[in-house]
Design a binder for this molecule. Structure first.
Ligand code: ADP
Ligand code: ASP
Ligand code: MG
Length: 423
């Protein structure tokens, strides 16, 4: 007997037929004698639909009310799954975020989970009732919060940590984590194992198969996470045979540094902002990034050009940086309000950009990864607009239209393509 958390994403929950399929899979685990908590997403496309309603209502919506609206999708699927399980003879009940409750901080629309009360939940699981928990939602001081897009993964890992589950199985529409998005590169290879650290970097630079926070939390709490497919038939191998990709500590992977690059990710959800002619003096950059931080906007890539001096005026420089595209309107508003204290001339925005990143712990011990990336892109005429690096990652910003091409040629250049036999 094991205690497991099963999480099903939007495509797995899209419609009653698919929910029946999910229920059958949950029933198999329950019949095997496991204690089961299930975390569900809204039906595919539903959260986008709800987000668009908020945007249509007002581009500068109140995040508290946004959370009330967008949390609704998961409420529906959790109730539907509980009903479907009951119809199959499996005792089940839903536990909404505010009922458990799942406490979060007050960062509405991207709240962080604090603690989860588990007493009644565990009692129900121990009494062989399947607990169905809507992902993505929590509460703060009596108000509903949501955890940021893709947040059901984080709900699942947090529940798994809170109930001390033996495993957290994330069921999705691909059968594991690949060297890159298999929808872009059909020759991508499935990884049997990937380290927490690499998965964290891959997720944070756009591999949306897992939400970044879920991986950070799994790493901190040492939750055993597996990514696997829900789109398999009745005779599919049981999850405890580990058919998917396990996220593991480095000690579980032999020869972790022999592979230079583990994966490549892309992200089209960033926007580029350039402020021209910012005064070149100490403290100037702080006047830009302080107000953005106060508005809870995460700045990612930053470039500051060399100062230039135009005739008769003080020395000035252009500062370029990226923010999440969803925060662009608020960023522009914040910067415009701070225009006098920053002292820039013009604000130029560009949403037609994409960030391409290569990730691998092997980079720590091998030089030349970045050079190979720049050369490969350069040879195909792809222009690089910004660069950032970390110990195990190199990212570049390029024109959005060149995303697929860039990912494909880098995948080949780093020797990641599946061979014909493996493909
Ligand atoms: P869910 O609705 O189940 O949460 P998501 O759409 O959030 O599913 O995540 C699964 C998708 O992630 C896949 O369909 C795939 O296109 C995409 N993806 C991006 N990068 C990767 C990768 N490296 N490996 C596997 N899938 C990836
Ligand atoms: N439904 C939410 C979203 O689409 C959360 C999730 O699916 O993980 O972002
Ligand atoms: Mg997801």
């Amino acid at each position: 007997m094991a205690r497991i958390v099963m999480k099903f994403g939007g495509t797995s929950m899209a419609g009653i037929e698919r929910i029946r399929n999910v229920a059958a899979r949950v029933k198999r685990e329950w019949e095997a004698g496991n204690q089961v908590a299930v975390v569900v997403s809204a039906m595919a496309g539903e959260t986008d639909r709800l987000v668009n309603f908020c945007r249509e209502a007002s581009s500068l919506y109140d995040p508290r009310e946004y959370d009330v609206v967008v949390a609704a999708g998961e409420q529906i699927t959790s109730g539907l799954l509980a009903i479907t399980l009951q119809a199959l003879g499996v005792p089940a009940r839903s536990w909404l975020g505010w009922q458990l409750p799942i406490h979060t901080d007050d960062a509405f629309a991207k709240a962080r989970i604090g603690d989860i009360e588990t007493g009644p939940l565990l009692a129900s699981m121990e009494a062989r009732e399947v607990a169905v928990i809507p992902g993505f939602q929590g509460m703060h001081e009596g108000r509903i919060t949501t955890l940021g897009r893709g947040g059901s993964d984080t709900s699942a890992v947090a529940v798994a940590a809170a109930v001390k589950a033996d495993r957290c199985d994330i069921y999705t529409d691909v059968d594991g984590v690949y060297t890159t998005d298999p929808r872009i590169v059909p020759r991508a290879r499935k990884l049997k194992k990937v380290t927490y650290e690499e998965m964290l970097e891959l997720a944070s630079v756009g591999a949306k198969v897992l939400q970044t926070r879920s991986v950070g939390l799994a790493m901190k709490e040492q939750v055993r996470v597996q990514v696997l497919s829900s789109f398999t038939g009745e005779n599919a191998p049981m999850a405890d045979t580990l058919p998917g990709t396990m996220i593991v500590g480095e000690e579980e992977i032999q020869d972790v540094e022999s592979q230079l690059i583990t994966g490549i990710a892309h992200d089209k959800n960033e926007a580029k902002i350039t402020l021209t002619s910012v005064p070149d003096k100490p403290g100037a950059v702080a006047t830009i990034f302080d107000p953005l931080a106060a508005a809870n906007i995460n700045v990612d890539m930053i470039i500051q050009n060399i100062a230039h001096q135009s005739a008769g005026s003080a020395s000035a420089t252009d500062v370029t940086f990226t923010v999440p595209a969803a925060d662009l309107a608020r960023s522009i508003e914040t910067l415009t309000q701070a225009k006098a204290s920053i002292g820039f001339a013009e604000l130029i925005q560009d949403t037609r950009v994409a960030k391409i990143s290569v990730v691998g712990v092997g980079m720590r011990s091998h030089a030349g990864v970045a050079a190979a990336m720049f050369k490969t892109l350069g040879e195909r005429g792809i222009n690089i607009q910004a660069i950032t690096t970390s110990e195990i990652k190199v990212s570049v910003l390029i024109n959005e239209d060149e995303t697929e091409l860039a990912v494909r040629i880098l995948h080949t250049a780093y020797g990641l393509d599946a061979t014909d036999e493996a493909a």
